[in-house]
Design a protein around this ligand. Sequence first.
Ligand code: HEM
Length: 227
Amino acid sequence: MLDRVDSDHIDRAGRSVRPASLLEAMRERTKALHVTAERTGIVAELLRGRGTREAYALLLRNLLPVYETLEAELLRHAASPVTGLIVRPELNRSAAIAADLAQLDATNLPLLPETIAYVGAIREAGGGEGHALLAHAYTRYLGDLSGGQIIKKILARSLELRPEALSFYDFPAIADIPRFKDAYRVSLERAGTRMAEHDVVIEEAATAFQLNITLSQALQQATGLAG
Ligand code: HEM
């Protein structure tokens, strides 16, 4: 956990001033977007147990290039003193998604333009020092480690998916998810203390959420599920 007391600083007037927390700022900036992400599009349908296997497969098909790009970009920055702090191969999801798609017997599913846009945004975030990748890793990986665990149970029940088709939500290299999440938050925070451009990263987190919402809505349209 982040220790709020230890992270306090004292300013020249002797007042206690908490240094800007990148993590808290990203959470604050994306709070309302998180509610929208849960309540709209295909994600909302799946959460309500109203999805279909076909719709879920299409979601996975479209998330695959998103994770492939995110993971390739993070790997490129693995040795970087800042972005490298948040590179954790045990979070990688692309192999698991590909395996789930194979289990679902899903082939020839279309990639939506919204996916291409999302992939482009991640590539762009990976430019330069790759600091904006923090926002994309935050959005997807903390999401998978949190809401993903809830979704997994719902999908198993409502779509009658076997565990072999739900490896997206399994992190075999992570023994204790809550503890890992705390450690990952600390790493994000530490990376934040080593960069100047918090505003860019905070806005990128909002963009990442918006890209997820737009994709989720487009997938709902594409699968003809009711809104
Ligand atoms: C499917 C419906 C969803 C549910 C039920 C859900 C649920 C949750 C819950 C309970 C937490 C708090 C976990 C904790 O603090 O330990 C959380 C955090 C989070 N979720 Fe979701 N979520 C959903 C969808 C999403 C989506 C679509 C995204 C983005 C793509 C997302 C991104 C995040 C992030 C980044 C956090 C971490 C917030 C922070 O601690 O700063 N979630 N979610």
